[in-house]
Design a protein around this ligand. Structure first.
Ligand code: HEM
Length: 122
């Protein structure tokens, strides 16, 4: 069985990350949390999602173990922020030229991870 990364493909992953951060950086609930250059964040996320979706461990090779929750700790993330993040992801997925069931499968993978990043009350 192919990995989600293989089914999505590297080109579509790039498109996804691109569209996702364009939405995040213009989202009134969460854009203020992002202080790093947009292109730098896009590249980190592309490396991370490659491995998150079962592809090669590009992020770990460059940055070490993801420790994703710990890396998010400096940023106060509420449940409302997680929902906004997921809605940007949902819209970015919807815009991709891929099958509907792959969009759904990918979205489902993001939900628990996004909720796990919540580190403060609303
Ligand atoms: C729940 C809502 C989330 C919020 C509000 C959020 C916010 C952030 C912020 C503010 C940063 C730092 C950006 C900067 O350097 O300025 C960041 C980094 C990052 N986030 Fe999230 N995030 C969320 C969920 C997620 C999820 C679900 C994933 C993965 C599936 C993820 C993956 C990453 C990665 C890979 C980085 C880069 C870490 C590094 O510095 O190496 N985030 N996020």
């Amino acid at each position: 069985m192919n990995t989600p990364f293989e089914r999505l493909g590297a080109e579509n992953l790039k498109l996804l990350v691109d569209r996702f951060y364009d939405l995040v950086f213009s989202n009134e609930d969460i854009s203020h949390l992002f202080k790093t250059d947009k292109e730098v964040i896009k590249e980190k996320q592309r490396l991370f999602l490659t491995q998150f979706l079962g592809g090669p461990a590009l992020y770990s090779e460059k940055y070490g173990h993801p420790r994703l929750r710990a890396r998010h700790m400096p940023h106060p993330i509420s449940q409302e922020h997680a929902v906004a993040w997921l809605s940007c992801m949902s819209a970015a997925l919807a815009s991709l030229p891929i099958e509907e069931n792959l969009k759904e499968e990918l979205f489902k993978r993001f939900v628990p991870t996004a909720m796990f990043m919540v580190n403060k009350e609303d």
